[in-house]
Design a protein around this ligand. Structure first.
Ligand SMILES: C[S@@+](CC[C@H](N)C(=O)[O-])C[C@H]1O[C@@H](n2cnc3c(N)ncnc32)[C@H](O)[C@@H]1O
Length: 196
């Protein structure tokens, strides 16, 4: 239930996900559920040298593996904790907002209240600007239906992965800078079905 997959993401999926970031300037990025680090390595390869990458991995063995693997990169912090602790961890690191949250954790099997709470915390942790976004790769696109707090959502389907996955980007702000302001009742365009 926690890992939800026995096959790591494919190179095509990894490239599609990494292509959603603007790495041209330093960014603060949180990754949820990096596993053995296949997306992490690509993000590190592409990110600006002044960036920070915070890895939230619940599994202690995987967290230790990640610590060992990225031990020489001071920009990377491995946090063996639940993704829901994002705001708390940002505060303890003296960071006000992050620019991107990318997630490989299995949202579809998560209890509904936990899912909503996590979406709210992600929204509040993202910097209020046009680029900042929550990026997920998931077998289903059901999260769109729960993420109406985000004013702009785009999705595409990546067939070249086992299993095929939706790559969905939830932007913190709309194209005109519009934001719902965090009450969770906005009527953004995320209807759970469409692709953009
Ligand atoms: C499907 S694996 C994804 C692995 C890798 N990112 C990939 O694409 O191949 C999901 C990972 O999320 C971790 N995980 C699940 N729930 C979590 C949570 N609430 N907070 C942090 N990590 C979590 C699991 O331990 C597992 O490593």
């Amino acid at each position: 239930m926690q890992v939800a997959s026995i096959v790591p993401s494919s190179k095509v999926l990894i490239d599609r996900v990494a292509g959603k970031f603007d790495f041209s300037v330093p960014r603060i990025i949180a990754e949820f559920g990096p596993g053995e680090g296949c997306h992490t390595r690509e993000i590190i390869k592409r990110m600006h040298p002044g960036s920070r990458l915070l890895l939230f991995e619940l599994d202690p063995e995987l967290a230790n593996h990640l610590r060992h693997h990225f031990r020489d990169d001071a920009r990377v912090s491995v946090l063996n904790t639940d993704a829901a602790n994002l705001p708390k961890e940002l505060t303890s690191l003296g960071i006000q907002h992050c620019d991107y949250v990318v997630s490989g954790i299995p949202f579809s099997t998560m209890e509904i209240n936990k899912k909503r709470l996590l979406l709210q915390r992600i929204f509040e942790s993202l910097a209020p600007n046009a680029q900042s976004a929550f990026i997920i790769y998931q077998v289903t696109n059901e999260l769109r239906g729960h993420a109406k707090i985000f004013p702009r959502i785009t999705s595409e389907y990546c067939l070249q992965n086992i299993p095929p996955m939706f790559v969905t980007v939830f932007f913190r702000q709309g194209l005109n800078g519009f934001s719902h302001g965090g009450n969770g009742n906005g009527n953004g365009n995320g209807n759970g079905n469409g692709r953009h």
